[in-house]
Design a protein around this ligand. Structure first.
Ligand code: NAD
Ligand code: UDP
Length: 339
């Protein structure tokens, strides 16, 4: 299939491109490079053995540019990664987040429908469950209250996409609710490349390990969890990337609407992750317990059985693989794609 990949220069998009090519698909990337660099696409091309990944530097909100992309190509499906994703920043800049994520998706969906491409895989998030009503979380678990504008955009866009599919059943819509992606491609040449101070746990750990930051702050050790620190379902980004290839197969079988948790089903605490990282990589990660981070929940991990049953997808990598590959990327690229 020929796939439009919005946000394909980013962390998850770049890893997904590799799995798409490995499965025999081709891709065209549209990205405004707000949170990424063209260098990731150059490295992906090297890994998959092509001269270049077709790329448009464009904002998906730009109707005219998007129109020219759709005029140049007939797509079978869109994998829609493009969006702003920093939780804290979304609280400070709600309008920018709503405008980019909502409006960007509206412009994209309109172009898709006008050009007869009615298949989409959307990057949703475990955040739509809010403080989950049940653990492990199944897809039947009711959506919860999102405490930040970023989460609201994911939850609202899920509803928009459901409505689009209900109104016109020619659409196939797959909503993938990602849990906590970490890790990097085994080559160590692509990975997560946060701007400024990392918000997420793993990039913070790797930056402490490489000496860029003094110590990790652990946000709370008084949660109702085995060691008091927050528990999450970390998933290797390569496993996550492969889930998109499985979702494409479902789309080719005309799946209608599909909603899937994409996680491993295992919960690890912050201390579990820090200790696994130290053990696997033989490096030191000094840390200090700090107050809880506002909006955080104690425990979040999923039951991924539906994705296995219906998509034939199951995570293969464990926490030690994730820690090894995150460090391999960081130590080979201390300054990310700027090296
Ligand atoms: P990322 O920031 O690395 O990638 C997103 C890409 O979209 C970037 O390259 C950015 O430049 C691009 N982009 C943003 N707005 C755009 C616009 N208007 N037009 C064109 N390009 C635009 O993020 P990621 O971690 O790869 O996440 C990909 C998707 O998955 C996002 O939608 C994110 O919300 C979602 N998601 C991520 C996580 C996570 O922990 N990384 C978890 C759940 C869901
Ligand atoms: N966390 C932490 N220190 C950090 C970043 C995160 O202790 O510098 C904790 C956070 O409180 C949560 C877990 O690590 O329990 C995962 O946080 P992350 O921001 O990576 O993902 P989230 O699940 O919040 O989306």
């Amino acid at each position: 299939m020929k796939i439009l990949v919005t946000g394909g220069a980013g962390y998850i998009g770049s890893h997904t491109l590799i799995e798409l090519y490995a499965a025999g698909h081709t891709a065209v990337v549209v990205d405004n490079l707000y949170n990424s660099s063209k260098e990731s696409l150059r490295r992906v091309a090297h890994i998959v053995g092509v001269d270049e990944i077709p790329f448009y530097e464009a904002d998906i909100r730009d109707k005219n540019k998007l129109e020219s992309v759709f005029s140049d190509h007939q797509f079978d499906c869109c994998i829609h990664f493009a969006g702003l994703k920093a939780v804290g920043e979304s609280v400070a800049k709600p309008l920018e987040y709503y405008e980019n994520n909502m409006n960007g998706t509206f412009v994209l969906l309109d172009a898709m429908r006008r050009h007869g491409c009615k298949n989409i895989i959307f990057s949703s998030s475990a955040t739509v469950y809010g403080d989950p009503a049940e653990i492990p979380i199944t897809e039947e678990c009711p959506k919860g209250h999102c405490t930040n504008p970023y989460g609201q955009t994911k939850s609202m866009l899920e509803e928009v996409l459901k409505d689009v599919q209900t109104a016109d059943t020619e659409w196939n819509v797959v909503l993938l609710r990602y849990f906590n992606p970490i890790g990097a491609h085994s080559s160590g040449t692509i990975g997560e490349n946060p701007n400024g101070i990392p918000n997420n746990l793993m990039p913070y750990i790797t930056q402490v390990a490489i000496g860029k930051r003094k110590e990790l702050g652990i946000f709370g050790n008084d949660y109702d969890t085995p060691d008091g620190t927050g528990v999450r379902d970390y998933i290797h980004v390569v496993d996550l990337a492969k889930a998109h290839v499985c979702a494409l197969k479902a789309i080719s079988r005309k799946c209608g609407l599909g909603i899937y948790n994409i996680g491993t089903g295992h919960g690890y605490s912050v201390l579990d992750v820090v200790n696994a990282f130290i053990k696997v990589n033989g490096v030191n990660v000094p840390y200090k317990i700090q107050p809880r981070r506002p909006g955080d929940i104690a425990t979040c991990y999923c039951n991924p059985a539906k994705a296995q049953a219906e998509l034939g997808w199951k995570a293969q990598y464990g926490i030690e693989d994730m820690c090894r590959d995150s460090w391999n990327w960081q130590k080979n690229n201390p300054n990310g794609y700027q090296d």
